[in-house]
Design a binder for this molecule. Structure first.
Ligand SMILES: Cc1cc2nc3c(=O)[nH]c(=O)nc-3n(C[C@H](O)[C@H](O)[C@H](O)COP(=O)(O)O)c2cc1C
Length: 369
């Protein structure tokens, strides 16, 4: 890793920073590390009025399914502090219309395209992969596994390592080997690193982090859930620290896998947090709704933020926050300290629990009971 040198922002005023912003997600090489987030820019057509979408890393399409779907009932959007909740569901025209209209337009326009796919069974994901294999102009597949698995009581595929990896394995096997398959994980799990490792072992070429968090708003005027679908996906700046944490944790266990980070990115400095935590590229999602030119702006702000810190190449900043320098405490040493044992004090209900766990004996989850 190249060491960063802080350059005062004043030294950069008036000239665009000359930074190599090339970003790689497996075999997908992009001139910019900034992509659109799935579901936040449809197929990029509307954004093209605000900036040249071919300058983006790629357009990530709304997740497509085999059949057309009308999505969930309205109201399906609610504002939240520093974010929004949506329960749009996977509304869309189905894969055949997508191929005929959206993919055809994106190809003609010359944009790089990441096609997001979703399904309710492993078979549906497999069928989509087989169908997409027959078309040119797809630069990567992103597998959205935050969908209910009808074969498992509607449990979301992303919530278990075995179901997540069975989808990834089938999509990988049925996709052109030259095209990277990214799997998009949900933060609503106990241990995202375990799920990421399972997906990597099943053939994922990259990990997208994160999808929305499950949330809920009650309308205090009607005293009913604000969304007709009751729960929805939380996005926007409110989720950014969760997303950065997920990127960090996955990068710690998978040092070499390409990571596409997202969650609440509004500015170049926000994007830089993800890059330093281990993302190779980032997506801008909710920010597009009030600033359609946000992806282009985030690209140039990120270039300036890198230049200010003395980086000549984006690639040198990837995972920079994980660096170990002489004299730095090991992360293990940063764990909260155990309180010092004091044999002379009065006994409390938890005394002996830690020793019992260390000895291999099961701890009583409620020692006071
Ligand atoms: C209105 C809306 C629709 C979305 N639709 C999809 C989708 O179809 N597929 C998917 O994988 N993620 C979808 N997402 C999640 C985003 O791609 C992204 O992971 C999430 O919103 C976090 O990024 P952000 O805070 O920048 O929006 C959607 C998000 C929003 C707000």
């Amino acid at each position: 890793m190249t060491r960063a040198v802080v350059v005062p922002a004043s030294a950069l005023v008036g000239r665009p920073p000359d930074i190599d912003m090339t970003s790689e997600l497996g075999s997908l090489v992009m001139p910019s590390p900034v992509l659109t987030a799935s579901g936040c820019a449809a197929s990029g057509r509307e954004l093209d009025q605000f900036f040249d979408i071919t300058s983006l890393g790629a357009v990530v399409t709304k997740s497509i399914m085999m059949q057309p779907r009308s999505g969930r009932p309205t109201p399906r959007m609610a504002e939240t502090p520093s974010g929004m909740l949506n329960s749009i569901g996977l509304q869309g025209p189905g894969v055949h219309s997508f191929l005929e209209h959206d993919l055809a337009w994106l190809r003609e326009r010359g944009a790089r395209v990441v096609v997001s796919i979703a399904g309710n069974t492993v078979e549906e994901y497999t069928q989509l992969a087989k169908l997409l294999r027959m078309y040119d102009g797809i630069d990567a597949i992103e597998v959205n596994i935050s969908c209910p698995n009808v074969a498992d009581r509607g449990q979301v595929f992303a919530c278990r390592a075995d179901t997540a990896s069975s989808v990834v394995g089938m999509v990988r096997r049925n996709t052109d080997p030259r095209i990277p398959v990214l799997v998009k994980l949900s933060p609503d799990v106990t241990d995202i690193a375990t799920i990421a490792v399972a997906c990597e072992r099943s053939g994922a070429d990259g990990i997208s982090l994160i999808n929305t968090l499950l949330g809920m708003v009650i309308d205090t005027a009607t005293m009913r859930p604000a969304l007709a679908g009751v729960t929805g996906g939380l996005s926007g700046p409110a989720i950014r620290p969760v997303a950065v944490r997920c990127v960090w944790q996955v990068r710690e266990v998978l040092p070499d896998i390409p990571i596409l980070g997202m969650g609440g990115i509004r500015t170049g400095e926000d994007a830089l947090e993800f890059i330093l935590a281990g993302a190779n590229a980032v997506c801008v999602g909710t920010a597009i709704f009030n600033d359609p030119s946000a992806p282009a702006r985030v690209h140039s702000e990120l270039a300036s933020a890198l230049a200010e810190r003395g980086f000549a190449r984006l690639a040198d900043a990837v995972s920079y926050a994980h660096r170990r320098e002489p004299g730095m405490p090991d992360p293990v040493d940063l764990a909260p300290e155990e309180p010092a044992a004091d044999d002379s004090g009065p006994l409390d209900a938890t005394d002996g629990v830690a020793d019992a766990v260390a000895d291999g004996a099961p701890a009583d989850p409620d020692p006071g009971a």
